[in-house]
Structure formats: structure tokens, C-alpha cells
Design a protein around this ligand. Structure first.
Ligand code: MN
Length: 249
């Protein structure tokens, strides 16, 4: 049985139509790792987060727009990018439901920030102005450009998944984790000290990375792609616990 992996999607206007979907790189990464990718567009009915989580074996929170700072009690910074209220609302309910179920979660870039906010943490809204340092976290260049190092904490889920204590990663973000939420721990840092990887201290496999491992889907043996394999390895047992039919026996 192939583990069902939800990937949170976004909406964009293309050729004057509103379309919804996810970056193909996420789909390629999940397929290559042996999962069934299922796109989860922003859905705003109040119970869709719980309904979606109940159908899944694992979850990827994908990258995208800035999280509305109202969700962590901050006023908007002038450099805050456009926010997407429907997407924020859906993903916050989805994370709560997924955590209740103990679903394995891989949270990528915005996804890592969203998890931190969902669990009570805060964000830097604009690193260059609020937390200037000697690492460029949003250089120009291709998405596969490995922009800076991340040092991983030994014995953590991200170190185990990538079989590394240090990685060179891509970097496509202007926000970052400020105050870590209760129940999360920092498991990787950039040379400027910024949190680049997190995990949950309890309640199921939850790994967040500030970089974009899906961009390396054409390098199946890269440590980045091993993150997807670890997610799907964690989702397999979930699949066995929750068969498609016969929930009321
Ligand atoms: Mn970075």
C-alpha cells in the first residue's frame, strides 16, 4: 500500500483564471520516495483541515507566501510580503488536526514557519532588516544553488534522515523562526545562528527545514531527497493503522 501524502497547495491567477496546485518538484520528490502525492488546495470551510488530515498517512506543508503576523500577535513589518488568509486559515486547522492524529509531517520553508506559528511561536518578518547577519538567505540564482551551510544537531531526526552533521542547502526565504514554539526544538542552524531545522519533541515525526529539499528531485541520492524517504517511512505504519475502509468495526 502506498502511503498517502498530502501536499498543501496554493492558488494563483494564470491566464486570467484562478488555478490551484503545488510545485511539481514536491510531487516528483514524493513519487520518487514511494508516496502517493495528494494536493490539498486552501479550503476554508471550518472542518476541512480535520477532514483532510483524516484521509492522510503523512503531510507536507509546502513553501509559499508569508504567514500573516496577526497569527502570532505582531503588527505587519513594511517588508512583509503579500499574505494569503485562506491558505493560512486552512493550514493552521490542518496542522492542529494532523498533530492530534500523530501524522508524520515534513514542513518546508513557509511550512516550517507555519508549524512554528501554529504551535505558538513567532517569526522574523524580514531577516535583512530585523536580523541582519553575514549569511545571505535569499540570494539570486537557481533554486538548486546551495547558498549556505547548516550544522545539524547529532542524533536528531533531520541528522538521521540525511545521515549528515552538516549540509550545504539552498536558501529562498526572507523570513525565519524568531521564538520557537513550545514542544519544538531547533535541530539545525545556519552559520549566523538562524534556525534552519526543527523537530517535535513528542507527538509523532515532525521535521521542519527552512530550505527547499524538493528542488533536488533530480538528485535522488542527495541528503535532501532522503528527507522525503524518511517522511514516507514514518507514514507507512500510519497507513497500516488506518485502513481506507471499515473505520467503524
Ligand atoms: Mn537559509
Amino acid at each position: 500500500m502506498i502511503p498517502r501524502i498530502g501536499i498543501t497547495g496554493l492558488t494563483r491567477t494564470v491566464d486570467r483564471r484562478r488555478l490551484t496546485g503545488v510545485g511539481q518538484a514536491y510531487v516528483s520528490s514524493v513519487c520518487a520516495a514511494g508516496g502517493l502525492p495528494l494536493v490539498l488546495p486552501p479550503m476554508t470551510a471550518t472542518d476541512y483541515g480535520a477532514a483532510a488530515a483524516a484521509t492522510l498517512d503523512g503531510l507536507i506543508l509546502s513553501g509559499g507566501a508569508d504567514v500573516d503576523p496577526a497569527h502570532y500577535g505582531a503588527v505587519p513589518h513594511p517588508a512583509l510580503g503579500p499574505v494569503e488568509p485562506d491558505r493560512d486559515a486552512f493550514e493552521l486547522t490542518l496542522v492542529a488536526a494532523a498533530r492530534d492524529l500523530g501524522l508524520p509531517i515534513l514542513a518546508i520553508c513557509r511550512g516550517m514557519q507555519l508549524v512554528n506559528v501554529a504551535l505558538g511561536g513567532t517569526l522574523w518578518q524580514d531577516l535583512p532588516t530585523e536580523r541582519p547577519g553575514n549569511v545571505e538567505h535569499h540570494p539570486n540564482g537557481p533554486r538548486t544553488h546551495r547558498a549556505h551551510r547548516v550544522d545539524l544537531v547529532r542524533g536528531t531526526a533531520v541528522a538521521s534522515a540525511t545521515d549528515a552533521t552538516s549540509l550545504e542547502v539552498n536558501s529562498l526565504h526572507h523570513q525565519g523562526i524568531r521564538d520557537l514554539a513550545p514542544g519544538l526544538r531547533a535541530t539545525g542552524h545556519a552559520p549566523d545562528g538562524l534556525v534552519e531545522a526543527i523537530e517535535a519533541s513528542a507527538g509523532g515525526w515532525l521535521v521542519g527545514v527552512q530550505w527547499h529539499p524538493e528542488a533536488f528531485h533530480e538528485e535522488p541520492d542527495s541528503p535532501d531527497q532522503h528527507l522525503f524517504r524518511s517522511l514516507i517511512a514514518a507514514a507507512g505504519p500510519t497507513r497500516e493503522r488506518r485502513p481506507l475502509t471499515g473505520s467503524a468495526r
